[in-house]
Every structure is written in C-alpha cells, then in structure tokens.
Design a protein around this ligand. Structure first.
Ligand code: FAD
Length: 244
C-alpha cells in the first residue's frame, strides 16, 4: 500500500471513505539548496509533509486502514505532493512535463536499495512509471541552471482542470528542455523542438515540430488534430516567454 495523498483523499472522500478536514493544495517545496550534490538541487519527501506519518501509512495493510491513518494525521487531506504527482504517471498531469523539461533524475528506493532513473525513462506508459510495487520515489534531483528561463503553458476549460494540452519549457542559452502534457499515453519530451532550438531555429520554426513523434489521444475535450495544433501554439508561446 502506497501512501494516500491529496488526490487519493479527494477520491476517497467522494466515495465516503474519508472526510478531509481541508481542501488539498500544493505547499512550498523544500529543497536542500544543492548542499548534497554539486550539480543538482534535490527535492525530497519533505515535500510530502510529515515523513514519519507517510511511513506509517505505507505500512498499513489495506485501504480502509490507510485512509483511517491519513485522516487521523490529516496528512493526505491537505498535501498534494510532487512525488505523488510524478508517481501517478498521469499523461495529463502538469508536473511530469516540468520534470522532463528540467532533465530531472528521480531517486527510487526499495527493499533492494536505491536507484536513479532519468525523467525520460521514468514515465513508461499510461499511469505506469518505473516505480516498482515495493518501491517509493524518495527524491528528485534537478540540475543547477543559473540564469535559465522557463515557461509553463496549459490550455484547459476551467482553472482546476487537467490540461487539454500543456508544455513546460526551460531555455538555457541555445539549449532547451521541452516536456509535453496530454500529447501521448505518457508525459513526453519534445525532442524535435529541442533539436531545432539547438540548431538555432526561432520559436515559431522550432514549435512547428512540437507534435513530432507524438500520439495524442482524442476525447470529449479535443480531437487528435486539435491537440497537435495546440501543442504547436503552446510550445511557441512558451519558447517566446522563455526568451526565444
Ligand atoms: C479534481 C482534481 C483536479 C486535478 N487537477 C490537476 C491538474 O490540473 N494538474 C495536475 O497536474 N494534477 C491535477 N490533479 C492531480 C493531483 O494534483 C495529483 O494527482 C496529486 O498532486 C498527486 O499527489 P498526491 O500526493 O495527492 O498523490 P496520491 O494521489 O496520494 O498518489 C498518486 C499515486 O502515486 C502513489 N504515490 C504517492 N507517493 C508516492 C511515492 N513517494 N512513491 C511512489 N508512489 C507514490 C500513490 O500510491 C498513488 O498511486 C487533480 C486531481 C483532482 C482530484
């Protein structure tokens, strides 16, 4: 049993299994300011709230017990976590695109030790990640990029909705990192855009290949063609906002 957080708590609440004392929301993320690594910032599971309580919840043997514990400590009900969002592996979630754009490394811990996985290899399929059933994501390492510029662009109908399409962009000189939201069965990197920026292309020309290699879904919100169009528009806006 993995620890329930804000999203799980909301769903449990709707099912009547858990009554959250507060509405979930993102909290400040704590980093170690790079003291542990020379070239990376680290975001660890302090961004989950109370670490010890999380461990208690992890050890619970069934969902009812886990929900009860979460309610008792007020944990899941008030904390939406970075590690929870990434571990969920939702192709429409915002934060996976950020991890990809930043070139983050994800640190996974289990009974057999600790291993590191790049954000490109972490997201493996629809709601599937590299985290095994007996493992937890414990830390996210983000390369230091002094002076880099960034942008996050998201198209949705209402403020709290998942993105119909979204993108995270980081620009550091002629190097760009571009992560796409809801353009495939998993969060993905827009490699063609990154290569175009590396080759000196401007924002409009680079963004023209934002949908290259993607297999966007069609649903009630958007067709495949509309998502391809959105990706190009949003990536262009993001590159421009990030100074390209
Ligand atoms: C109404 C609603 C609207 C939302 N809108 C958005 C949106 O616009 N954009 C967006 O990005 N997200 C959105 N979300 C998703 C939500 O923000 C994320 O799912 C949430 O941040 C996940 O974090 P959590 O801590 O709540 O994780 P949980 O829901 O508790 O966990 C998610 C999954 O990851 C597992 N998990 C948790 N922590 C770990 C860990 N350390 N290691 C391994 N596995 C772990 C859990 O077991 C679970 O399977 C929305 C959710 C709801 C309910």
């Amino acid at each position: 049993m993995r620890p329930p957080g804000a999203a799980t708590a909301q769903i449990s609440g709707k099912a009547g299994a858990l009554v959250p004392p507060r509405t979930p929301g993102f909290r400040t993320i704590h980093t170690d300011e790079g003291s542990r690594y020379e070239n990376a910032h680290a975001v660890d599971d302090r961004c989950c709230g109370r670490r010890a309580h999380r461990i208690d919840v992890c050890r619970a043997s069934d969902l009812d017990r886990a929900s009860e514990l979460a309610a008792a400590v007020g944990l899941g009900a008030r904390t939406a976590t970075l590690v929870g969002s990434l571990s969920h592996g939702d192709p429409a979630s915002d934060l996976p695109a950020v991890a990809i754009a930043l070139g983050a490394t994800l640190v996974i811990k289990g009974a057999n030790g600790t291993r590191e996985v790049s954000s490109d290899d972490f997201f493996q399929g629809f709601l599937e990640t590299a985290v095994g059933p007996d493992e937890l994501l414990i830390e996210i390492k983000v390369p230091k990029m002094n002076g880099a510029k960034w942008s996050f662009q998201k198209f949705n109908r209402r403020a709290m909705d998942w993105a119909i399409v979204g993108c995270a962009v980081v620009v550091d000189g002629n190097k760009a990192g571009v992560g796409l939201v809801n353009m495939d069965s998993r969060p993905i990197r827009a490699s063609a855009v990154e290569a175009a920026i590396g080759g000196g292309a401007n924002a409009t020309d680079a963004a023209a290949s934002a949908d290259a290699g993607t297999e966007p879904p069609a649903d009630l919100n958007a067709s495949v063609e509309y998502r391809r169009h959105l990706a190009k528009v949003l990536v262009r806006r993001a590159l421009e906002e990030a100074g390209k």
